[in-house]
Ligand binder design. Structure first.
Ligand SMILES: Nc1ncnc2c1ncn2[C@@H]1O[C@H](COP(=O)(O)OP(=O)(O)OP(=O)(O)O)[C@@H](O)[C@H]1O
Length: 323
């Protein structure tokens, strides 16, 4: 069975997932719509317990939806499980490899379950595990184990890759390496749906970001689109020194606050506000300690949602499909 060229690799419509029943019932996913096109990376972000893993598990075919529809490569991940599994790479939050096997044996065993695996040596090299090939799984560090897990996920050269927190526990260099791998998958027309708590990971990797909160997708778009409505920030240590004009009067300044030992100026035009601030500091002979300026980022969007300041309605149903 083939997928129509150009049709979405993943399509989620009105997904709901409830744990338990009766008075104990808890709805972890409350009407999620999500589309992942071929050759794109979509990052699912969210607060703890937002429902990311619960939604991803349905896409992975590990659980049926309570309501709604999920299609992977045009197929039902539960009813067509064998076909979907063959063409999909799944990285769960934690692995369950036999501890007594070596890295090489683990990959060879994994490859034996596949119809067309890539050479094990390629997978080892790709994840920087070539020098660990004879080490037993029980002796691997957390980061090495995560990389072995990823090597297994990608061994069958899957068309669709589902990654639940792929870089948790990795050092910065390994994390960069994984980012390159994911970017390479996209360049080869693969589609990737990943969950992450690392906002810079989503910013760096994702073509589209969906932010979940309390079971719903409350924001969705490119990282730039999501940041567009939020102010940039300028920050320096301490209160505003004498010699500066009223900071709230700087061009495009939105809000000025001094707390936790630093002053923050929110700006709707970072360049205009910063230029005026630096000119005023130069005129007044003032030095601004620890000065930093940051464009609006996913972080500011995320924090606003997590704190409720964003106004993301947690009780109303999500309107419209996310596409
Ligand atoms: N088997 C279960 N039975 C009952 N409730 C569950 C079960 N699994 C998850 N939940 C609840 O569903 C909600 C969503 O959990 P889920 O693991 O999907 O969130 P998440 O967004 O992946 O969170 P995190 O970022 O913390 O991993 C949580 O409140 C969790 O306690």
């Amino acid at each position: 069975m083939t997928t129509d060229p150009g049709s979405p690799h993943i399509e989620v419509r009105g997904l709901r997932r409830t744990y338990g029943s009766g008075a104990e019932a808890f709805e972890a996913v409350r009407g999620v719509d999500l589309v992942v096109e071929p050759g794109t990376v979509v990052a699912l972000l969210g607060t703890n317990g937002a429902g990311k893993t619960s939604a991803l598990e349905v896409v992975e075919g590990l659980a049926p939806p309570t309501a709604g529809q999920v299609r992977v490569l045009g197929l039902d991940p539960v009813a067509d499980r064998a076909e979907v599994r063959r063409r999909t790479g799944v990285l769960l939050q934690s692995s369950g490899f036999p501890a007594d096997l070596t890295v090489g044996e683990t990959l060879t065993m994994w490859a034996a379950t596949m119809t067309a695996p890539r050479p094990v040596a390629d997978a080892l090299a790709e994840l920087d595990l070539a020098d660990r090939v004879d080490v037993r799984v029980r002796s691997l560090s957390g980061g090495e184990l995560r990389r072995l897990d990823l090597a297994c996920t990608l061994l069958g050269d899957p068309e669709v890759v589902l990654l639940d927190e792929p870089t948790t526990g990795l050092d910065p260099e390994s994390r960069r390496r994984v980012w390159e791998l994911v970017a390479g998958l996209r360049d080869r027309g693969r589609s990737v749906l990943l969950t992450t708590h690392h906002l810079e990971e989503a910013e760096e990797l994702a073509d589209r970001v969906a932010i979940m909160h309390a079971g719903r997708i409350v924001r969705e778009g490119t990282p730039a689109q999501l940041g567009a409505d939020h102010p940039s920030t300028i920050r320096f240590e301490g209160a505003a020194p004498a010699g500066l004009p009223d900071l709230a009067g700087l061009p495009a300044a939105a809000r000025v606050s001094t707390e936790h030992g630093s002053t923050t100026i929110e700006s709707h035009d970072l360049q205009a506000t910063l230029t005026a601030l630096l000119a005023a500091a130069a005129d007044g002979g003032v030095r601004l300690a620890g000065l930093e300026a940051r464009s609006a980022s996913l972080e500011s969007v995320f924090l606003a949602i997590a704190s409720g300041a964003d106004g993301a309605d947690q009780s109303a149903p999500l309107e419209g499909a996310v596409r």
